[in-house]
Design a protein. Structure first.
Length: 304
């Protein structure tokens, strides 16, 4: 952990705030230059919702904080020849996580972190193989925690709540990502509200921790850390696995305990049957392919 920043936070500060100072993050390459003026609606909404005007205006005046189309393009998947999204497969899995090499890495992760995994399993009742599977699929055990500037991803998606900005982004999208306008508008409005809530949670955490928001990177959706938690989940579900008084999701101990807590709160219990387990994993990621992959990895790790 960056010790200079950690010293700024006493044990009495909400421990989850240290998520954002637990990893030395360099600012990612520009993820798609855009017009920062398209974020005006978000800036004004934040101020109207009670955020300090000077703080917000300073934040959104920084060159690194911008409307970034490429950061949110993946929320609008490519079309197929019919112009409709492809139907999901009921048997598909992410095969790259099921190769002998990937399973070997998972076994090594268990071996290296067995004490922490066993303690989390005992405390939360979540199989250590499932915890391991989640961390493998999410970030390859921390190898890829994301390079998208979180402030840009969440701000850009939140900005789609504004009608003029929605039209501007529609015009920027390549043809293969354009469904019907009605589909796009409905999805954009829904996702913008979700993103705005996550943006507020992100700002609350970063501002209180005294960390520059534009230096924090994560997934295109704004998830951060080894287990890829969204900002709104950090305070409620993040856990301090090594009892150092801070929650640092770039730390294996805290990541393991946080995943275990997430699954327990989502309904995981020891001896859970496959169908219920599948539904719990869907609480972490709504993709059926994802859920099947996680459970298959866990199955292959039985007895390790």
């Amino acid at each position: 952990m960056n010790t200079n920043i950690k010293r700024l936070l006493s044990i009495t500060v909400i421990s989850a705030l240290c998520l954002f100072c637990g990893y030395s993050i360099s600012f990612a390459a520009n993820c798609g230059a855009g017009d920062s003026g398209l974020l005006a609606s978000v800036k004004n909404r934040l101020i109207a919702d009670g955020y300090d005007k000077e703080t917000i205006e300073n934040l959104y005046s920084k060159p690194a904080v911008e409307f970034s189309p490429k950061c949110i393009m993946l929320f609008f998947p490519k079309t197929i020849s019919t112009g409709t999204p492809p139907p999901p497969s009921k048997t598909s899995m992410h095969e790259q996580f099921l190769t002998p090499a990937a399973i070997a890495k998972a076994k090594n992760f268990i071996k290296t972190n067995r004490s922490t995994l066993s303690n989390a399993e005992q405390q939360y009742g979540v199989d250590l193989q499932v915890i391991t599977a989640i961390i493998l699929v999410e970030t390859g055990f921390g190898a890829n925690t994301g390079s998208w500037p979180v402030i840009n991803s969440l701000s850009t998606l939140a900005a789609l709540g504004d009608a003029d900005t929605r039209k501007a982004f529609w015009d920027m999208m390549p043809a293969e990502r354009k469904h019907s306008w009605d589909y796009y508008e409905s999805r954009a409005v829904k996702k913008s509200e979700w993103a705005y809530g996550e943006l507020k949670a992100f700002l609350d955490l970063a501002i209180m921790a005294g960390v520059q928001t534009e230096t924090i990177t994560g997934s295109y959706a704004g998830a951060v850390g080894i287990p890829q938690f969204m900002p709104s989940n950090i305070l409620s579900l993040g856990r301090d696995g090594d009892n150092d008084g801070f929650i640092d999701l770039f730390n294996y101990n805290d990541a393991i305990f946080s995943v275990a807590n997430y699954f327990r709160e989502s309904g995981w219990r020891k001896g859970i049957d496959y169908d219920r387990a599948f539904n719990v994993v869907l609480r972490y990621n709504k993709s059926g392919t994802y859920a099947r992959t996680v459970l298959e990895i866990a199955n292959r790790l039985k007895g390790v």
